[in-house]
Design a protein around this ligand. Structure first.
Ligand code: VJV
Ligand code: CA
Ligand code: ZN
Length: 397
């Protein structure tokens, strides 16, 4: 007995093609598709597969990816391999594969990888459109930095933009919410000229002691989209820039206050929630100090709005905690309560065992792994909320 109960009658679907796990960005690259294997194992070990409809979506095809991306970019992406890549090539650099950071490496099966995670987001969108699901989940998606002709920040194809485009065939207004620790710049930019999508991102924003901006360097509070009154997208973006070390209580209250106001004012007909797990305490790339249940409370808040919802993954660079969080959030969607002791018969159990790995528990205290002092004062966050409310007054209708 894992304490599974389903008091609420939500129809939840889980969209996942396991082939996505077998792709590697390179041995020391922080993005590890293998975290999806861990997530799936936890979901199965708690028996959550019996509480949802499971789908194994087909990969998206070239024409589907061209709903958002330039065909020239897609042709290049579909043909490039580690063997034929020419790092000095003008296109290679222009399309975002160059650069010394190697954020977007060319690896074996790259085209297959992007088609798989995008196919899963499309499948989730179709389930909302067909009214087969109230909540559709794709943990393999959420690649929010990709632009129409540019790979950026581990993202090559923007599955979120494509899923939102599908929702727009039936829904007048779609709200996009992004709790990844990075700014959701690709989604914001894609819809900057329309009032049919409102984008809201919470993220770390600021410059470090070496003078480097936190990636991607955009998303300050004054960036609310086009200011030209003739542009339909005017004031249809809201950015919540946050400093290092924000804690559970502060984040939960900030998230609930801001999103509730946006939902009240914008009245979306569907919501897409990017639930990047790099906003957790102890993340390899993140700077926040959130625990799993605080991160999950954002999903509870959004679920409580009662709109058709796509829940999508994103960043998350400490795989055991990514798996814990997304398993917990899957349970939140179906209305199940999970036992803190991990089931003992799961594969990869050792990844969760030992004090430093969370002691075999689902909800270890991630504050213990904290590496960032909290630089957010309550008065500063109060001011931020006031600025956000002010920004919302520029949006009409
Ligand atoms: O900060 C950057 C770009 C630079 C990195 C530093 N060099 C010196 C200059 C360029 C500015 N990139 C970020 C990208 C973060 C992407 C986050 C994606 C998501 O979570 O929002 C959605 C999925 C960054 N931070 C850390 C790294 N790159 C990084 C990249 C590596 C790496 C270690 C850290 C790439 C390869 C390897 N190690 C082996
Ligand atoms: Ca974000
Ligand atoms: Zn991120």
């Amino acid at each position: 007995d894992y304490g599974l109960e389903r008091p609420q009658g939500y129809n939840v679907s889980f969209h996942y093609n396991p082939h996505v796990e077998y792709h590697h960005f390179g041995s020391s690259h922080p993005m590890k598709p293998w975290r999806l294997t861990l997530t799936k194992q936890l979901v199965l070990s708690y028996g959550l597969e019996y509480t949802m409809d499971l789908y194994e979506p087909r990969p998206a095809n070239f024409n589907e990816l061209a709903i958002f991306h330039d065909r020239e970019y897609l042709s290049y992406l579909s043909e490039i391999t580690p063997q034929n890549a020419k790092p000095d090539d003008a296109q290679y650099i222009a399309y975002g594969f160059g650069g010394d950071s190697n954020d977007c490496p060319v690896f074996d099966g790259l085209w297959n990888y992007v088609s798989l995670y995008t196919g899963a987001s499309m499948s989730a969108a179709y389930n909302l459109l067909n009214k087969q699901s109230d909540i559709a989940i794709n943990w393999s998606g959420g690649l929010h930095h990709a632009k129409k002709n540019l790979a950026s920040g581990f993202c090559y194809v923007n599955d979120i933009v494509i899923a939102i485009q599908l929702l727009l065939t039936q829904h007048q207004r779609v709200l996009y919410i992004d709790i990844d620790v990075h700014h959701g710049d690709g989604v914001e930019q894609a819809f900057e000229s329309t009032d049919r999508v409102f984008t809201l991102s919470f993220h770390k924003y600021g410059i470090d002691r070496h003078g480097w901006p936190f990636f991607p360097g955009t998303g300050n509070i004054d960036e609310i989209g086009p200011k030209d009154p003739a542009n339909r997208g005017k004031a249809h973006s809201l950015n919540i820039p946050i400093d290092d070390g924000i804690d559970d209580h502060q984040y939960k209250s900030l998230f609930k206050t801001v999103t509730s106001k946006v939902v009240e004012k914008y009245n979306p007909q569907a919501i897409v929630l990017q639930s990047g797990a790099d906003s957790l305490g102890g993340d390899r790339l993140g700077r926040f100090n959130l625990n799993i249940k605080a991160h999950g409370s954002c999903i509870e808040t959004v679920k409580s709005f009662g709109r058709p919802l796509i829940l999508i993954g994103g960043g998350g660079y400490t795989p055991r905690n990514v798996a814990r969080t997304w398993c917990h959030e899957t349970a939140v969607c179906v209305g199940a309560t999970l036992h803190d002791d991990l089931p003992t018969h799961i594969p990869y159990l050792q990844a969760f065992q030992g004090e430093e790995n969370g002691g075999g528990r689902l909800y270890p205290d991630l504050h213990n792994t904290k590496r960032h002092d909290n630089l957010n004062t309550d008065p500063a966050l109060q001011k931020l909320v006031e600025r956000a409310m002010e920004n919302l007054r520029y949006m009409e209708g």
